[in-house]
Design a protein around this ligand. Structure first.
Ligand code: SF4
Length: 556
């Protein structure tokens, strides 16, 4: 089976040490990316770890395809114990980091410990250096990139960095790369903040021995370059009006299902502001959206659809420039736009202030800096809804993505059971329900598809293939690329899901946590079907026999 090559590099920011460990056996079994990182996290993060404690570990990992020239592979995985959900999470980001990461010769970076001063960590193919960076305290993500460019000639394509939100332990702080691409969900930016790690750079010329079969490598690349679909010109923003027409664009903190201002902040409005093409490394599909407002001079990348939802419809804001401004604030301050936007929407609900974009921007900044009311909101909706006097629209502590589970019931089921919480990409049942392949109505009989979708998503995060490449990296092509049959590849994804579940079970998660804050048909019975399809226990735990962990070396 094709897999990533290279050792695990463990960086202890307390001891200022770096150690390489051979993980060939693990990679042969778990390929790389999310599956390898999850196996390591399961083995090496104590089940009772404090997400903000030195014992938590953050993994940055690559798959084998990051050495290819294939479209849809400019992505990286990050895994750790989430301060938002209190369970294991993996997040995935694009940009231009992956090829520079591969150049260091490692397959996985592990960061552990807690530094007593703010640090930059420089990883190269010849070693690791630790640089105290006190002057970067409170710096935004672009300011940090600027420093790294000026001092080390390493642009943002070499960096992962946190902004003030990460330093201030905002529970949904992101880790940014290339300034505008986010390891967004689950607050791993706050974990780096707790470790006092402001930035990690990657540089080198290593060429690990991975041979990518061609075809299909060049076929996929050619099809990506010549595809004629709206995603290429409008990115995910292009789906806004379709989703609104399907009544699954939650509006004004879930009061409504559709937004009268959707067209004003949707794909056409964003495309009007787009001034050049944007992509991730090697990707000819180029779905990213560098935008500029000529009147104000505001530049950002996006907004993507989920930001249009969180800072647009959910807040009753119908001006695309206002949403661009919110997007830029989240990117520069280092916050997940979904959780930040939904949390601001909860605040606007409590103040009866929907539509007040200036207030939304002010509150967004305050959250990142934990100023005033921002200190409370930085804890997220699950921990603050009582004080705000609003409904708790979260699952496992994570704020909802769009794609309303009250309308797309299979997606609702997915939100309920996902180890990551209310995230749309954990299984993406939504695309089956939008396309009509599955009837959006009802939850029963959908468990088998849900299991397959979760396993596929976990495998794609392992390989690593962008979620938007699913139609091009078809099962037969994946079989050729990875030299394994499709079921074997899905099993790799399934093991990642099961290890996440087992880790979370050991932290106290069970059936009670697989729930929704609203009613959908037959949810309880459908969750039972899901557990049965997985072979799990009725209480949402998994049988011990299911934990055949890939051979991850222990931390000792
Ligand atoms: S499809 Fe879009 S998000 Fe995915 S790798 Fe290509 S440019 Fe990046």
């Amino acid at each position: 089976m094709l897999h990533a090559e290279g050792p695990l590099l463990t960086v202890d920011v307390d001891e200022r040490t770096a150690r390489r460990t051979d993980i060939d056996e693990l990679l042969a079994d778990a390929i790389g990316g999310r599956a390898a990182a999850t196996a390591l996290a399961h083995e090496r993060i104590p089940f009772d770890a404090d997400p903000f404690g030195p014992e938590n570990r953050v993994y940055v990992s690559t798959g084998p395809l990051q050495q290819s020239r294939m479209s849809f592979t400019g992505r990286m995985n990050m895994t750790g114990l989430s301060p938002l959900t209190d369970g294991l999470v993996s997040a995935n980001a694009g940009g231009y980091l992956s090829r520079n990461f591969v150049g260091t010769g490692i397959s996985t970076l592990e960061i552990v410990g807690q530094s007593d001063e703010l640090l930059a960590v420089h990883v190269t193919d010849s070693g690791v250096e630790f640089e105290p960076v006190p002057d970067l305290e409170g710096a935004t993500v672009p300011e940090t990139s600027e420093y790294m460019t000026e001092q080390h000639d390493l642009g943002p394509e070499h960096c992962i960095a946190i902004g003030p939100a990460g330093e201030n332990l905002v529970r949904f702080a992101s880790v940014m790369t290339f300034d505008s691409r986010a390891f967004g969900r689950g607050g791993l930016g706050a974990v780096l903040g707790a470790k006092n790690v402001k930035c990690v750079t990657f540089e080198g010329d290593a060429e690990p021995p991975v041979e990518i079969p061609d075809p299909p490598e060049s076929e996929i690349h050619r099809e990506a370059a010549t595809a004629d679909d709206r995603m290429r010109s409008q990115g995910t923003a292009g789906g806004t009006e379709f989703i609104n027409d399907n009544f699954s664009l939650p509006t004004r903190y879930f009061r409504e299902y559709e937004f009268e201002g959707a067209a004003a902040i949707g794909g056409d409005a964003v495309e009007e502001k787009k001034y050049k093409k944007g992509a991730c490394s090697a990707c000819a599909y180029a779905c990213k959206l560098p935008t500029r407002d000529e009147e104000t001079g505001l530049e950002t990348e996006g907004p993507e659809f989920e930001t249009i939802y969180a800072f647009g419809s959910m807040q009753g804001v119908d001006d695309v420039v206002d949403v661009m401004q919110s997007n830029e604030l989240c990117d520069t301050l280092g916050m997940d736009t979904i959780s930040a936007g939904v949390t601001v929407a909860a605040y606007l609900e409590s103040e009866d202030a929907f539509g007040d974009a200036d207030l939304a921007h002010e509150i967004t900044e305050k959250i990142a800096r934990r100023e005033g009311i921002g200190d409370l909101l930085a804890e997220g909706v699950d921990r603050t809804h009582d004080e705000l006097g609003v409904e708790n629209y979260t699952v496992k502590g994570m704020e909802f993505a769009a794609h309303d589970g009250r309308v797309l019931h299979g997606q609702g089921l997915s939100y309920a059971v996902a180890n990551r919480g209310a995230d749309h990409l954990y299984a993406s049942m939504l695309s089956l329900e939008y396309s009509g392949e599955l009837d959006p109505q009802g939850t029963l009989g959908k468990a088998e598809r849900l299991v397959e979708r979760e396993d596929l998503a976990a495998f794609l995060d392992t390989g690593i293939v962008c979620v938007f490449g699913r139609d091009y990296a078809t099962p037969d092509r994946l079989e050729t690329l990875f030299d394994a049959d499709y079921d074997t590849l899905l099993e790799v994804g399934a093991r990642a899901v099961e290890l996440e579940r087992h880790f979370n079970n050991r932290r106290g998660f069970d059936r009670e946590d697989d729930d929704l804050p609203y009613e959908i048909p037959d949810l309880d019975e459908a969750i039972g079907e899901y557990y049965a399809a997985r072979g799990w226990n009725d209480d949402g735990t998994i049988p011990t026999r299911a934990i055949e962990s890939p051979p991850a070396p222990s931390a000792d």
